[in-house]
Design a protein around this ligand. Structure first.
Ligand code: FE
Length: 195
């Protein structure tokens, strides 16, 4: 059994932080510091929340604030796995725990097509990135390692598994989606398997 004390401390501190009703910039600055501390050591994530799947990346809910002000999710990427291009509609923080990931941001070009917004950012263990509607909300994340599992810890400003948001194809075509979580049952959140 691993000692989950770092996660418990993180959840307690983040609950205090969202209760302070700060603006987004201050919240994300302070939240980044908390998440950086959490992912500085890779010795606390229980194995069931670090398990990859052969067919697609997994997203395991670790904690959802009772008021749904934030949620904490472990994303587990098998070799070569990636997300579609997607948005969030709320702020999000990505802390790299194990392995490495590429985070590619997109923006709408003049003709409505999505174009890469800068070069892909490579996240290494301990690194933290951010998304939000105000600072760039559309991206694609992929495992940077062809032969190993990578894991990142994500924090969002909502119960992200229940948020109505969108995936995009490169032409800019939009499809609504609700991600759910990979946890089998979360009855208190009205969520089962991801759709
Ligand atoms: Fe994302």
């Amino acid at each position: 059994m691993v000692d989950i004390a770092p996660l418990r401390h993180f959840v307690t501190a983040f609950t205090e932080l969202v209760g302070q009703d700060r603006g987004e910039t201050e919240l994300l600055d302070a939240g980044t510091r908390l998440l950086r501390t959490l992912v500085a050591e890779d010795d606390w994530l229980p194995e069931p929340f670090a398990a990859p799947d052969e067919t697609a990346y997994r997203q395991y809910l670790l904690h959802c604030d009772p008021l749904e002000r934030f949620s904490v999710v472990s994303f587990v990427w098998g070799p070569g796995q990636e997300t579609p291009i997607h948005n969030h509609t709320v702020w999000g923080l990505i802390g790299l725990l194990r392995g490495a990931e590429f985070d590619q941001h997109y923006r709408a070009g003049p003709d409505g097509q999505l174009v890469a917004n800068g070069a892909p950012i490579r996240l290494e263990p301990g690194d933290v990135g951010a998304v939000s509607p105000s600072r760039g909300d559309i991206h694609r994340v992929r495992n940077a390692l062809p032969d190993r599992v990578s894991i990142s810890i994500h924090v969002y400003g909502a119960n992200i598994g229940a948020v109505r948001r969108a995936v995009f194809d490169p032409s800019g075509a939009t499809k609504r989606f609700v991600s759910g979580y990979s946890n089998t049952i979360l009855p208190n959140l009205g969520i089962g398997r991801p759709r």
